[in-house]
Design a protein around this ligand. Structure first.
Ligand code: ZN
Length: 150
């Protein structure tokens, strides 16, 4: 068993205590819901897409510390990004949480590197990202982690 303190790094604790961009976004023009039944995590992501950029982003939901902190951190990373940039960030984040390898230039996302030692929690960490990417595609269908191998 790996050290749990590695999993709950300071960045994760901070986002869990003081979530960023939490709550419904009144101006949202895209919304997607994410559901992680294996852990009981729920997440809604609200976007206001302006042109090809995410002008505003927020989330709400309930679930474990990992899922909520990850969604909070995600909103801070995706604001102002285009869809291809958001996909690229997700790919990097996914690499971090599945391998534990973090490129040095991605500081906050690297806080989730410890998740890779707990495979069941990878779905918690990626839930908000799946919902955000679905919202970006204009897909209002619920994002469920059950259809993914990650
Ligand atoms: Zn969870």
């Amino acid at each position: 068993m790996s050290d749990l303190s590695d999993l709950y790094q300071q960045v994760i604790l901070d986002h869990n205590r003081r979530p960023r961009n939490r709550g419904k976004l009144p101006t949202a023009n895209r919304v997607a819901h994410g559901d992680n039944p294996t852990c009981g995590d729920q997440c809604n992501v609200y976007l206001r897409v302006d042109g090809d950029k995410i002008a505003e982003i927020s989330f709400d939901g309930s679930g474990c510390a990992i899922s909520q902190a990850s969604a909070s951190l995600m909103t801070t990373q995706l604001k102002g990004r285009t869809a291809p940039e958001a996909q690229k960030l997700y790919d990097e984040f996914h690499h971090i949480v599945t391998t534990g390898e973090a490129p040095e230039e991605i500081s906050d996302l690297a806080a989730f590197a410890g998740v890779h030692a707990f495979p069941a929690r990878i779905k918690c960490a990626t839930l908000g990202w799946h919902a955000a990417l679905n919202a970006l595609k204009g897909d209002a269908a619920p994002a469920t982690t059950e259809s993914h191998n990650d």
